[in-house]
Design a protein around this ligand. Structure first.
Ligand SMILES: [Zn+2]
Length: 232
């Protein structure tokens, strides 16, 4: 059990006396809600829509009420970014290419700095959010993760910020489960945080089995899979 989260009995033992009641997790001062890339570009009508992406908004808004600390991330690409298929002659979106740091999935142009597509979803209501971390702003490096860019060397500075704030436990939500959420969660574990992904507060792209593969990798790296109803 993490030192940083308290578990409380959510309901009394049933009169049938059939065992332990379910425990709920209560976020505390050392917990942070991480809201990944809930931007116009990733919901219906955006340049790179995730199926049902907008459905995470009410779930995240409800979760947010229970958190003292919230960090929001925002995909924030230059025009002509290396992750765009349009930047590679003869390539189409969702194909891959080899870059200096490894295999890169090529995407439609999306979340270009300062555009409406890059804006946070208008219905997000996160009054206690304290930091917006923008990522993917180096033209030659993509960044699914909110911690380390895709070269696995360039840091966004997020781990340092969270540690300086005394945060120990992360609850990751947002878009998309199998890319930016998964990479953020796994890098969070690598950086020494206890990491939960709140599954029903995420939606996936799920391309060629990527969602199942992402969960397998996340669980192997120590990420815990929970639902919004598991939080008190
Ligand atoms: Zn991107």
């Amino acid at each position: 059990m993490p030192a940083s989260s308290r578990r409380t009995l959510s309901k009394p033992l049933s009169s049938a006396g059939c065992g332990l009641a379910a425990a709920k997790i209560t976020p505390d001062a050392k917990s942070a809600l991480i809201v990944v890339d809930v931007q116009n570009g990733f919901v219906t009508g955006g340049c790179l829509p995730v199926k049902g992406g907008e459905e995470v908004v009410p779930v995240i808004n409800q979760l947010a009420a229970g958190f003292q600390n919230i960090v929001v991330t925002q995909d924030w690409h230059t025009p002509g970014h290396v992750s765009f298929a349009s930047s590679h002659q003869g390539k189409k979106p969702f194909e891959t290419t080899q870059l200096s740091y490894g295999t890169q999935v090529l995407w439609p142009d999306h979340c270009v700095q300062g555009t409406e597509d890059a804006s946070l979803h208008k219905d997000l209501h996160l009054p206690t959010a304290q930091l917006i971390i923008r990522k993917g702003f180096h033209k030659e490096i993509d960044s699914y993760s909110a911690f380390d860019e895709a070269d696995h060397k360039t840091s966004t500075g997020l781990a340092g910020y969270l540690k300086a704030r005394g945060i120990e436990t992360l609850y990751v939500t947002g878009l998309a489960t199998d890319f930016c959420v998964a990479w953020t969660a796994m890098d969070g574990c690598k950086a020494g945080f206890e990491v939960y992904v709140i599954e029903d507060a995420t939606r996936a792209i799920d391309m060629n089995g990527s969602l199942a593969a992402a969960w397998k990798q996340m669980i192997a790296k120590g990420v815990k899979r929970i639902q919004s109803g598991d939080l008190a």
